[in-house]
Ligand binder design. Structure first.
Ligand SMILES: *Cc1c(COP(=O)(O)O)cnc(C)c1O
Length: 423
């Protein structure tokens, strides 16, 4: 292999890597029969139950902090049927409260864990007491003596910053060059310290980690945090409940196929780990990446279980999908779920734009490119690997973000979509 990438790829994997190097859409499939592999850090039932409990305990406090019409404080999204002809269910995390993206699961969950332990240590809350106590002046005063740091391409910093500030913590968000101006402005408006980096996401993480260490601050580590992972994983039980309510029984004859947009791999990894725990081999998880940032695809195709940098493949990590613009996968995510990822689809920015326009036109959905990637990937998977999506399978596209996009941002995306040549 050229490009300085360690490990060996077999012929098929080599062909997929070749397509990526040419900047073309690609689909990698786990070789061998569908069977559950033992991951090194699987999700245990205790962790999953703990996450659900914590979200439920915090619901009254979240409802108070983020008042919205009729919201009960539960971080949940709807499962809705897609328009005729899409043959999909849509998991609406683009409309999640607090953050308008899937980061309202992992990012907010990690803040809740941290706030709970700080409050316990400060003696302003004790296990068994209502979480509303955290909103009393004594608790807010105690919490406001602490700060945390996080690095982000935009959405994680947004979710963590907003949640941390709501409980009185100070927050420093290190943004990589992809981060959109409106996300930075909104964070600054609520008193978050935004540090801008000219480099990519990996660099922003390294800088933030360093700074948190020297300053003794808590660091939300997107490349290594178990709390983030577990917060995302809680979504699996939620989806399982929604499928049951609709009498969509999942089994060998009716598998579940889920498309999960992927940046470092934490969000899709956590959700996939949760789903595998519930459905075993009856769920097929397809991770979705932009061609230019296909770091999980690259790591799996090269093999060896370690992250691979997309720069070493000659890719630029330049994509419209800011939420997925990551050059190197999270080692934690690869360890925890890598061997159970059934397929990875790498889609073009043009396909994401076309789906943004179509989702708006046909379903009235406001999606960011990272979320539209799931729809583009479903199309690519059906075309290239129809056996992965058998007749009768229950198909779910995870729409990971977009409802908070300002009008002018969204209109710019629609204009870009309309300027594309016909597919
Ligand atoms: C962060 C993000 C993802 C992927 O999450 P990772 O944990 O980085 O893999 C997908 N979609 C959107 C909109 C995101 O913000």
């Amino acid at each position: 292999m050229d490009g300085g990438v360690p490990g060996v790829a077999d012929g098929e994997a080599e062909a997929v890597l070749g397509a990526l190097r040419r900047g073309e859409p690609a689909l990698w499939r786990r070789p061998g029969p569908a069977r559950l592999e033992a991951d090194r850090a699987p999700l245990d039932g205790g962790e999953a139950a703990d996450a659900q409990d914590r979200f439920t305990r915090f619901a009254p406090a979240l409802a108070r902090l983020f008042p919205a019409d009729g919201w009960d404080g539960q971080v949940r999204s709807a499962l809705s049927p897609a328009p005729d002809g899409w043959d999909l269910w849509l998991k609406g995390d683009h409309a999640l409260p607090i953050a308008g993206s899937v980061k309202a699961r992992g990012g907010v969950y990690e803040v809740l864990c941290h706030v709970e332990s700080l409050a316990g240590a400060a003696g302003v809350w004790a296990p068994g007491e209502p979480m509303l106590r955290l909103l009393e002046p004594a608790a807010v005063a105690a919490l406001s003596r602490h700060w945390l740091a996080v690095a982000s391409t935009g959405n994680l910093g947004f979710a963590v910053g907003v949640a941390a500030r709501a409980f009185g913590l100070r927050a420093e968000v290190h943004m990589s060059r992809e981060a959109k101006a409106w996300k930075k402005a909104r964070l600054r408006a609520i008193g978050v310290e935004v540090v801008e980096h000219a480099g990519d996401y990996g660099l922003a993480v390294a800088r933030a980690r360093e700074r948190a260490k020297t300053e003794g601050a808590y660091f939300v580590d997107d490349e290594a945090s178990r709390r983030l992972f577990v917060g995302y994983a809680a979504a699996a039980a939620e989806l399982a409940g929604q499928l049951r309510e609709r009498r969509l029984e999942i089994g060998p004859k009716r598998p579940l196929v889920v498309w999960l947009p992927c940046g470092v791999g934490g969000a899709p990894g956590g959700i996939a780990a949760g789903l595998k725990r519930i459905y075993g081999a009856d769920v097929r998880v397809v991770f979705v990446e932009p061609v230019a940032s296909a770091c999980v695809l690259a790591a799996l195709a090269v093999g060896g279980g370690r992250p691979v940098s997309v720069y070493d493949l000659g890719l630029g990590n330049d994509t419209l999908a800011d939420g997925l613009a990551v050059a190197s996968a999270s080692p934690l995510a690869l360890d925890a779920i890598g061997r159970n990822i059934d397929a990875v689809a790498a889609v073009s920015d043009a396909a994401m734009l076309r789906w943004i326009a179509r989702a708006w036109r046909e379903a009235g959905l406001r999606l960011e490119p990272s979320a539209a990637a799931a729809l583009a990937a479903a199309e690519l998977t059906r075309a290239r690997a129809p056996d992965l999506v058998p007749e009768g399978a229950v198909q779910v596209a995870w729409l990971t973000g977009g409802s908070l996009l300002p009008d002018d941002e969204f209109e710019r995306l629609l204009a870009q979509a309309h300027a594309l040549p016909p597919a």
